[in-house]
Design a protein around this ligand. Structure first.
Ligand SMILES: [Zn+2]
Length: 316
C-alpha cells in the first residue's frame, strides 16, 4: 500500500515527533532534536522504523553524519529495537544508554530471549526481526544527571526506575521539556477530549516497581517542565493534572493486581478488571467512542500491563 511518507509533528524548539509506524499509526514515536545543524534522536522504534527516520533526515536536509546522539531511554524493543540498524547509517552518532541497559545493546541475546518470552517467538520476529548489536565503542553509558551537549544545548539523563530498571529520562531545559520514554505512562492522541489528555501507566514485565514509579513522577515534575514527550505518544501538557492521574492510576493498577492475587483464573480476572477500569475512566474523561472501540484501543496495553502486574505479584 502506498504511504504518504513519514508522519511527523513539529513541536517547536527544534523538536519533531516522528511516527515509527510500529503496531498502528500514532502509537510509537521517535523524537528528533535539532540544534544549530546538529541532531539527536530520542528512541527509534524497530528495524522497520529505520527507513522512516532516515527519510525524515533527508526531508530536512540533515546529513546523517550530523547526528551526534541516539538517546535510548531504555532497552525495551519498541524504543531501541532498531538502534543497531540505525547506528549503521549514522557514522558519528553515539548511543547513550543507562548503565543497566548498555550491555544488552552490545549483546542483545538476553534482550531477545526476554522479549520472546513476552511476545512469543513468531510474533516477536514479525515485529522486530533480527536485533542488530551496537559496537561497544559507540555506546556511552550515562550516569544519573550526566549531561550531553548538542551544539551547546544541554541535555541531561535522569535515572528513573518504576517502569524498567534500565530507564532514564532526558531533560531538555532549553525547551522546558523532558523526554520520558515510558516513565510517565502512555497517552494516545485519539483519546484527547475537551478535558485534555488521558494518561495511564505502563507496567510491562519485568521491572514494574510501584514505589519507584511514584518517585519517578515526582522527580520529573520537580524539574518544573512545561511539556513532556512520551514515546507513546509524544507531547503532553497540563502536567499537574497528568501527574496526579499517574499517581492515582499506579495505585489503581496495583489494587487491581492485589484484588485478584489469589484468583483461580487470575489472568482473565485481571484482564476483565483492567478493561472495566480503563473503559470507565476513558468514558469519564469524555471520550465519545463506543466501549468496543476503547477495548480495541487499549487491548495491547491491558495484556502487557496485566503480565507485568502478575510478574510483580509473584516476585515482589
Ligand atoms: Zn518500556
Amino acid at each position: 500500500m502506498p504511504t504518504a511518507g513519514p508522519r511527523t509533528t513539529e513541536h517547536g524548539d527544534g523538536i519533531t515527533a516522528i511516527d515509527t509506524d510500529l503496531l498502528r499509526p500514532i502509537f510509537d514515536a521517535s523524537h528528533l532534536i535539532l540544534e544549530n545543524g546538529r541532531a539527536a534522536f530520542v528512541d527509534c522504534g524497530a528495524n522497520s522504523s529505520v527507513p522512516i527516520l532516515l527519510a525524515v533526515l533527508a526531508a530536512k536536509d540533515i546529513d546523517p553524519a550530523d547526528v551526534d546522539y541516539l538517546f535510548l531511554t531504555h532497552v525495551h524493543l519498541d524504543h531501541a529495537g532498531g538502534a543497531g540498524l540505525l547506528m549503521q547509517s549514522l557514522p558519528n552518532a553515539r548511543a547513550v544508554l543507562h548503565p543497566r541497559g548498555a550491555r544488552h545493546m552490545i549483546d542483545p541475546s538476553k534482550l531477545i530471549k526476554g522479549a520472546q518470552a513476552v511476545y512469543g517467538e513468531r510474533s516477536f520476529f514479525e515485529q522486530y526481526g533480527d536485533i542488530v548489536p551496537i559496537a561497544g565503542e559507540r555506546v556511552v553509558v550515562a550516569d544519573d544527571l550526566q549531561a550531553f551537549s548538542l551544539a551547546g544545548r544541554r541535555l541531561s539523563c535522569l535515572h528513573t526506575e518504576g517502569h524498567a530498571r534500565h530507564h532514564y529520562c532526558l531533560a531538555d531545559p532549553a525547551a522546558a521539556a523532558v523526554f520520558t520514554g515510558d516513565s510517565f505512562g502512555v497517552s494516545y492522541r485519539e483519546l484527547d477530549t475537551g478535558r485534555g489528555e488521558f494518561i495511564y501507566p505502563t507496567t510491562t514485565p519485568v521491572h514494574f516497581d510501584p514505589p519507584e514509579a511514584h518517585k519517578t513522577i515526582d522527580r520529573i515534575m520537580s524539574l518544573e517542565p512545561k511539556q513532556l514527550f512520551l514515546t507513546h505518544y509524544s507531547r503532553v501538557t497540563g502536567l499537574d493534572r497528568l501527574a496526579a492521574d499517574m499517581h492515582q492510576r499506579i495505585d489503581d493498577f496495583v489494587a487491581i493486581a492485589e484484588t485478584h492475587a489469589n484468583d483461580d483464573e487470575r489472568t482473565d480476572a485481571m484482564h476483565r478488571s483492567m478493561y472495566r477500569y480503563l473503559i470507565a475512566e476513558i468514558r469519564a474523561h469524555g471520550f465519545a467512542g463506543s466501549d468496543d472501540e476503547i477495548r480495541e484501543f487499549v487491548s495491547k496495553d491491558v495484556i502487557l500491563n496485566c503480565m507485568g502486574l502478575e510478574f510483580w505479584l509473584d516476585h515482589h
